[in-house]
Design a protein around this ligand. Structure first.
Ligand code: PEP
Ligand code: MN
Length: 352
């Protein structure tokens, strides 16, 4: 962090600021120019609020950060190495990260009944998905829209987990539901609308299941990474970042604007594994395969795809859901792109 003093700042005032900074455990390094003095602050400034520093003296012109405000999620924190999130599932551990094959998460927007969730689970597993997604608690814009079946849907997810061996990912909306969700979920999703629900972030940071943190619909990359920082600061290092599209002015042809440029940006800024959700990102099943392929080309570590046995009858997000047959086709397609980039799991060798 750097403090820029106004021209003509008295030396006693500069000394007073130096003393104050030392009291905060920082080492001030003044640089005296012909007109201005600049004070470089060496030490742990990550948790320091620049506005608070500015209030130290009317002679301070500006306080500037030279490092990122996020620390634990930053790539430097791991000395430039990517981290991995390893999730135990009934079918064995699944690793998310730059050094691993792409992990595909698939399933319906909401868990509607046992038959549909088990059928979807079996189909997406056969096609190569490693996790089943499905909402029990749904964040809906309208209070009159289907809100999810809640606790009974969690039981259905447990059944689907048992039947398919897939790991389960489902969303927590309320801290009060976290314990129940913890019992069933292998990964806990924090949705776009809750990306800055700081009490929820603290709670998921204080438990040990991996967290799938979706980007808020109008969140900057810095706000998103700061949200992840809450979870890491709370003691949970296992966070996967999911790009799910941003709200823009044009909603005529797409629901959101899928920000694929976030993938290389995140790769540079953070060590955390990256996921792209082209289903919410575009809002239309027709565009999902193209953007899923593009996400792999952009360097994502995983994908989240909505799949429903009968999208026309879906209680939420039908228009963006693929049928199981379409998902089979997509996975064949993705295996070509993924294999070309050396990011696709190799088929097990046939014995005999
Ligand atoms: C979802 O995953 O079904 C969902 C509601 O996503 P988002 O939070 O990205 O809107
Ligand atoms: Mn959905």
């Amino acid at each position: 962090m750097i403090i820029v003093m106004r021209s003509g700042a008295p030396s006693e005032e500069i000394e007073r600021i130096n003393v104050e900074c030392r009291e905060w455990g920082l080492e001030p390094e003044p640089i005296v120019g012909r007109h201005k003095v600049i004070i470089g602050l060496v030490g742990d400034t990550a948790s320091l609020d620049p506005n608070r520093l500015e209030e130290l003296s009317p002679w301070i012109e500006q306080v500037m950060r030279v490092e990122q405000p996020f620390k634990r999620v930053s790539r430097e924190y791991r000395h430039g190495e990517s981290s991995e999130v390893i999730v135990p599932t009934p079918n064995g551990p699944v690793a998310f990260g730059e050094a691993h094959p792409i992990v595909v998460i698939a399933g319906p927007c909401s868990v509607e009944n046992e038959e549909m969730i088990v059928e979807t689970a079996v189909r997406v597993k056969a096609a190569g998905a490693k996790f089943l997604r499905g909402g029990a608690y749904k964040p809906r814009t309208s209070p009159y829209a289907f809100q999810g079946h809640g606790e009974s849907a969690l039981e259905l997810l447990a059944t689907a987990r048992q039947e398919s061996g897939l790991g389960i990912i489902t969303e927590v909306m309320d801290t009060a539901d976290l314990d129940k969700i913890y019992e069933v979920a292998d990964i806990i999703q924090v949705g776009a609308r809750n990306m800055q629900n700081f009490s929820l972030l603290k709670q998921v940071g204080a438990q040990d299941k991996p967290v799938f943190l979706k980007r808020g619909m109008s969140a900057t990359i810095e706000e998103w990474l700061m949200a992840a920082e809450y979870i890491l600061a709370g003691g949970n290092p296992n966070v996967i970042l999911c790009e799910r599209g941003l709200r823009t002015f044009d909603r005529q042809y797409t629901r959101n604007l899928l920000d694929l440029s976030a993938v290389p940006v995140l790769r540079r800024l953070t060590h955390l594994p990256i996921n792209v959700d082209p289903s919410h990102g575009t809002g239309w099943s027709h565009y999902v395969p193209t953007m899923a392929r593009a996400a792999i080309a952009a360097g994502t570590d995983s994908l989240m795809i909505e799949v429903h046995p009968n999208p026309k009858k879906a209680l939420s997000d039908g228009p963006q859901s693929l049928t199981p047959d379409q998902f089979d086709e997509l996975m064949k397609d993705l295996s070509i792109v993924g294999t070309a980039l050396n990011r696709w799991e190799k088929a097990p060798a046939l014995v005999g």
